[in-house]
Design a protein around this ligand. Structure first.
Ligand SMILES: Cc1cc2nc3c(=O)[nH]c(=O)nc-3n(C[C@H](O)[C@H](O)[C@H](O)COP(=O)(O)OP(=O)(O)OC[C@H]3O[C@@H](n4cnc5c(N)ncnc54)[C@H](O)[C@@H]3O)c2cc1C
Length: 913
């Protein structure tokens, strides 16, 4: 028998705590002998004779073909069938579960730092614990043994308290326990080094074979066709009359199925399947492992344990434990084999050993416990540790449901349901942007360096505390704007969004460049020493106000009192031009943008259900010169679209899909890289810009919401009078080559007036203070403009139809049952979102976005509230309540505002100071 502590000696004697230190390594360099075997009583693996050929005849056509019979394929097929799609075929190369699913650990935790994820997890739990047993009479193997998160420091417990507050909103029962209470619950646990724990009694463990076979049976009973032993070998893609690529058919050695829709649920093989259709699937395959111990007396019925600080989990396995975690140096599976079914790798003890010390520390009896088997299998990982879902931008009808980062069991039910909805209704029901393939810019999804680096970092940091201002160190400097070097020299601390380096804030301590990724020293890479940028990030690993709070305050107040320059060059800048551009604009945009050239309009774009897919500014333009990025030539009408750079791909894909579906004669042109953009904001912006621009900037000559081509420092630029921060100001849209010149001229003119550079941390604070919405924070695809207080963007008084109009009108007549509300707290306490909102003693919602407003000197928080009695949420309802915001288990009195607490009359943007 091999003991866990032997494994520790075997691979890394230098890491041993003193009592176990051995003068020489364990003689068996490969580690202790242990079987490779999953701990499940039943798998779907076929013993004995292998069936050749498909388990069922292939139909000639299908509405949807799902490829892959693991957790995701089975869940998606079941949920499609539940939505009434009976012509759905699941094709599995081998037997169901044979990829990653069969050897999963199957843990399901209900709490995560995201409201959407909490809902997705809740649905999976409901499917395996209630829905499937009720529907089929079968037990899926679900075990509700509870979950225990370990905190060995204050920050970690703070993070858990945040989760607990969020859990209250969704009715997830959880308790913060002291070390003594934890010991009572889990007597075998060492609690001497504990700060506290979070106990979630209704967490549990899923059984892969039980779950997938029950899903398949329930789906088949609803009309789905499940075909095993049938590898997909090709995907036919055809261009339609407008040149749009669409899925046409799926090929196998046993026949071809004609279909307009393929769902890629092929796990680590999803990349190869994508290639068959010309679709990039940005994931990597890695080895991921746990070991199964021998019997442990007294472990029965204990909850599963997640010790984040030790990067280890302990899963109850009958009367034993499975021990696994996330290593700093995971092994990439470079050549993903097609032949791999019900397979496992040899465990590399050199890599796995890093978990053992933490496991023994937490449950000391493990030191003398034997290892029965090792389970090391392939799993797919992505750049941000989130799945890849939704319709691929390259090919219509090709959907992704892959890249599940060792959470594909617990997320399977929620994601399967959303994917089914996406396929049937064109959009998911929930806000799935965090998982949508379109969250990545297309220039990144086939960049192997970026995928590999980012996937490594996300894997290695998976158990790290998620701090609000953290940034990745991997895959940086992919897209630099024209002012990058100039700003770097002035102390710019960059944030990464959509591959771009955008200014976060400006450090007075000097330059802090982002260096090439050093893999945190893994794989024998040399670690950077004295890495200033990394140090600045580490300084902010807190849930208190960050140490740079006053620097950001200075940027904000300089903007409010004088002026600040914001480099917003990472913005998406698109032209919508052509004979039917106005027809397209009328349909796409909620606001009437078809005004005279020179106008600029803030608008939303909606989905069919009235949810907000985007907010942006649209400027009507005159035709210019062929090839000019500033004023292109076109026939018909032209519109210039300026869109937050982090969501450019999403906007691009949304607009493109609408144009394709409507078969409109117009073109969308991307000039994001060719144009820079700087925004001058503040009461002195006019005085300064008047020295640089050759045009009259008075209110009469250049009113709010207008734009002009003007000359600045000898260059032609498009000046636009707009504000993201609630001040008088102008954006300058400038050809790339002229950006530095224009920037220097503005900074020189501004020097006498106290100009400052400012970044997105300041924009975040200033914009929330003014009540401007951020898409994908307080404005999402599951929020309507009426709920978000943006009814003014909808041209409901006109007769012009627009996408989502019917849903908005229906909501207007039936009433608004949730509403975005602004809160302030007098106590200066940092909030970051996810805090629970209490109204008159009842939880009515949670905070989506929060920040500190320096001009009003208060914490500001926005969240949607509901009436617990189920009635409409009127402004009177908002005003009449008494509110508390619960942050990390502590409640703070809050005031609800029905107008922005800063400059509610909008005087400043009009130049009235
Ligand atoms: C050690 C380990 C522990 C884990 N622990 C947990 C956990 O505790 N909780 C949790 O939620 N998740 C966990 N996971 C992750 C979870 O198991 C996976 O995310 C999930 O099983 C992935 O399911 P899938 O359907 O995406 O992929 P897979 O299960 O790999 O399914 C893909 C299927 O596609 C088939 N296929 C591929 N190519 C083709 C083709 N051309 N034609 C037809 N079929 C094809 C394959 O044969 C395979 O069956 C763990 C993973 C590992 C490795």
């Amino acid at each position: 028998m091999s003991y866990i502590s032997c494994a520790l000696r075997a691979a890394a004697p230098r890491r041993l705590p003193a009592p176990w230190r051995s003068p020489r390594p364990f003689s068996n360099a490969a580690g202790p002998p242990a079987e490779k075997n999953v701990p499940y009583q039943k798998t779907l693996k076929e013993e004995g004779t292998k069936i050749t050929g498909p388990s069922r005849p292939l139909p000639p056509s299908a509405e949807v073909v799902v490829v892959g019979g693991g957790s995701l394929g089975c869940q998606t097929t079941y949920h499609l069938a539940k939505l009434g799609v009976t012509s759905v075929v699941l094709l599995e190369r081998d037997r169901l579960t044979s990829g990653t699913t069969w050897h999963t650990a199957g843990l399901l935790w209900q709490l995560r730092p995201s409201d959407v994820e909490v809902e997705l997890l809740a649905h999976t739990r409901d499917v395996v614990s209630r829905e499937l047993p009720a529907e089929t009479g079968l037990h899926t193997g679900w075990v509700q043994n509870g979950g225990l998160f370990i905190a060995s420091n204050k920050q970690r417990l703070d993070e858990y308290k945040r989760l607990m507050s969020l859990g209250k909103v969704y009715g997830v029962e959880s308790y913060v326990l002291s070390p003594a209470q934890t010991k009572e619950l889990y007597p075998l646990m060492n609690v001497t080094d504990l700060y506290g724990t979070l106990y979630v009694p209704k967490d549990g463990t899923m059984d892969p074979a039980g779950t997938c076979s029950t899903l398949a049976r329930a789906a088949a009973a609803r009309g789905a066709t499940i075909i095993e032993n049938c590898p997909v070998t090709g995907i036919q893609v055809r261009a339609d009359d407008f040149g749009v690529k669409r899925v046409h058919a799926v090929e196998t050695a046993h026949g071809t199925i004609q279909t307009p829709c393929v769902v890629n649920c092929a796990g680590v093989w999803a990349r190869a399947l994508g290639q068959l259709a010309g679709v990039h699937v940005p994931l990597v395959a890695m080895h991921h492992a746990y070991v199964v111990t021998e019997r442990i007396e007294g472990i029965q019925n204990m909850p599963n344990v997640r010790d984040h600080d030790a990067s280890v989990y302990l899963r109850l396995q009958g009367d034993a434990l499975s021990v696994g975690g996330y290593e700093s140096n995971p092994i990439f599976w470079e050549e993903v084999s097609e032949k791999f079914a019900f397979g496992l790798f040899d465990l590399d003890w050199d890599v796995f050993t890093q978990h053992i010390e933490g496991a023994i520390n937490r449950v000391p009896v493990l030191e003398k416990t034997g290892i029965k088997s090792t389970v090391c299998g392939p799993e797919s990982f992505t750049a941000d540790h989130k799945p890849l879902m939704g319709e691929a931008p390259e090919v219509r009808g090709f959907f992704l449901g892959c890249g599940f980062n060792s959470a594909g069991m617990m997320l399977g039910g929620g994601c399967g349901r959303e994917l089914a909805h996406w396929i049937v209704h064109g959009r998911p029901e929930k806000d799935m942007y965090g998982y949508d393939i379109r969250r990545f810019h297309q220039s990144l999804t086939d960049n192997n360096r970026w995928i590999r680096e980012r996937s490594h970092e996300s894997y290695a940091k998976n158990y790290s505390v998620v701090f609000p201002h953290d940034e990745p160190l991997a895959g940086r400097n992919m897209r630099k704007d024209p002012l990058h070097e100039e700003l770097l020299q002035q102390g710019c601390v960059f944030q990464e969004r959509h591959g771009w380096e955008r200014p976060g804030w400006f450090s007075p301590k000097g330059t802090a460049p982002v260096l090439d990724y050093d893999y945190y020293g893994a794989y024998s890479q040399e670690r950077h020493k004295d890495y200033a940028y990394n140090q600045l990030l580490a300084d902010e690993y807190t849930f208190d106000f960050p140490p740079h709070h006053d620097t950001i305050k200075n940027e904000c107040l300089t903007c409010r009192n004088a002026l600040a320059l914001f480099d917003m060059s990472y913005f998406g800048k698109f032209y919508l031009v052509g004979p039917e551009a106005t027809k397209a604009a009328n349909w796409l945009f909620t606001a009437d943008v078809s005004k005279a050239p020179g106008s600029t309009v803030y608008t939303c774009m909606l989905n069919k259900r009235g949810g907000v897919e985007s907010d942006l500014t649209v400027s009507r333009i005159n035709p210019g010169e062929p090839g000019s990025p500033l004023a292109p030539a076109f026939q018909g009408d032209g519109y210039y679209l300026a869109i937050g750079g982090a969501v450019a791909q999403h906007n691009w894909s949304h607009i493109t899909a609408v144009l394709q579906d409507m078969k409109l004669q117009c073109q969308l042109i991307d000039c994001s890289e060719e144009l820079g953009m700087m925004s001058l904001q503040g009461p002195l912006s006019r005085a300064v810009l008047q020295e640089v621009l050759d045009t009259d900037l008075s209110n009469e000559a250049f009113p709010f919401s207008t734009h002009k081509l003007v000359r600045a420092a000898g260059c032609t630029v498009r000046a636009m009078r707009l504000s993201f921060v609630g001040e008088m100001g102008w954006e300058l849209h400038v050809p790339r080559a002229d950006c530095v010149r224009v920037y220097r001229a503005v900074m020189q003119a501004g020097a006498r007036h106290g100009i400052t550079n400012a970044g997105y941390r300041a924009i975040d604070s200033l914009s929330i203070e003014k009540g401007y919405r951020h898409w994908h924070a307080d404005l999402r695809p599951d929020d309507t403009p009426l709920e978000a207080g943006l009814a003014f963007t909808c041209k409901l008084k006109s007769g012009i139809p627009f996408l989502g109009r019917e849903a908005v009108e229906a909501q207007k007549s039936s009433g608004i049952f949730r509403r975005l509300v602004c809160f302030t707290t007098d106590e200066k306490v940092p909030m970051f979102g996810l805090e629970a909102i209490w109204r008159d003693g009842q939880v009515v919602g949670h905070i989506r976005r929060a920040d500190f407003g320096f001009a009003i000197d208060k914490t500001i928080a926005y969240g949607y509230i509901r009436d617990p009695a189920g009635g409409p949420v009127s402004l009177d309802f908002v005003k009449s309540g008494s509110y508390l915001l619960e942050r990390m288990g502590v409640s703070y009195p809050a005031r609800a505002h029905t107008k922005s607490p800063f400059d509610p009359e909008n005087k400043r943007v009009k130049g009235i100071y």
